[in-house]
Design a protein. Sequence first.
Length: 125
Amino acid sequence: MAHAASPPASPAPTATPAVPAAPAAWRFPAEVRFGNARETVEAASPAIEAAAPRFDLSQCERFDSSLIAVLLELERRAAARGRRCRFESPSENLLKLAALYNVDELLFERALESALAAVGASPAR
């Protein structure tokens, strides 16, 4: 009894190298005020070690001007490492507060550009 020749084996599929996912944004607490500002800076600081530090402000609903100081300190620490922070999803009130202190473009340039693009406007320079 003759054995039929089996077809040549196809090469084993090669695994595609996994692309590392961008680290999740560090999420700010619901409240940042004078009483927990220092604690918030220290808790958020390890996120600066990421190649592109990201911070999610979407849940931060209760704050005072201490939040601006926290964001500026994180930006300062990141700049010392040659990085820029990305502060995502700031509330309208936070954008207004940052504008009052004239730091809105420094802290939220990307957020402002996205918001303006969404309504078809361009940033005034």
